[in-house]
Design a protein around this ligand. Sequence first.
Ligand SMILES: [Zn+2]
Length: 133
Amino acid sequence: VIERSEIMRAVKSTDTKPEMIVRRLIHRLGYRYQLHRPDLSGKPDLTFVSRRKVVFVHGCFWHGHGCKRGARMPTTNAEYWRQKIDRNRNRDSATQVSLAQEGWRVLIIWECEINNMALEDRLRTFLEQNSTA
Ligand SMILES: [Zn+2]
């Protein structure tokens, strides 16, 4: 029997698989980060304090990505899900605006981009960019 809490963890965990893959990759690249800082808007998945940068890893469904996976909508309660995802998207935009206003640079990595060979370069470029540029 699968406990409800286990299902919830699988569905909406702070340690979701795509996030773990990104964490491991960044760690392997030699960068150190903090996780889910509660004092920052949206509790970013990864925070690079000295670089003043944050990374979010977004699930395509939950955060309403414009990709195939993100467009797939459950047929039952479709309206409920659509509204829920719209709220998530609005919250994501608001979070990104506040972070930018507080001087943070934000990179969003979508779940569907995880296996992209360019991901490593993208991360490295983002993290090495001069923050004052
Ligand atoms: Zn996607």
